[in-house]
Design a protein around this ligand. Structure first.
Ligand SMILES: [Zn+2]
Length: 110
């Protein structure tokens, strides 16, 4: 017996249950192989989304660098102007969130 996610509502449930305790979907009709395939597909989708978050985050940071460079006074003048600082901040937060999400997927949570 293993803990799986219901294909209909994504709640955690036992792999031997005939129906989902949360939404009553008839899981018993799925073979063990189907369930594993569903689980693997969900996991892949989540990893894909989490990676996209980290890519968007890196793009924000690169954009921040470009704005910082080209916005007058040009060059990497200090103090960091508002727009690049905002982009760095958002990018950093999104990057950390994306990686925490990836780690949660890797270690079996989420
Ligand atoms: Zn369900």
């Amino acid at each position: 017996m293993a803990i799986i996610h219901c294909p209909a509502c994504n709640q955690r449930m036992s792999s031997v249950a005939k129906t989902c305790p949360a939404c009553s979907s008839p899981i018993g009709k799925l073979s063990e192989e189907d369930r594993e395939r569903l689980q693997a597909r969900r996991r892949k989708t989540r990893i894909y989304r989490a990676r996209n978050v980290t890519y968007v985050a890196m793009t924000l940071i690169v954009l921040g660098m470009l704005v910082w460079w080209f916005q007058p006074p040009s060059g990497l003048a200090l103090p960091v102007p508002f727009m690049p600082a905002l982009l760095f901040g958002l990018g950093t937060v999104a990057y950390v969130v994306g990686w925490c999400w990836l780690l949660m997927i890797r270690f079996g949570r989420s």
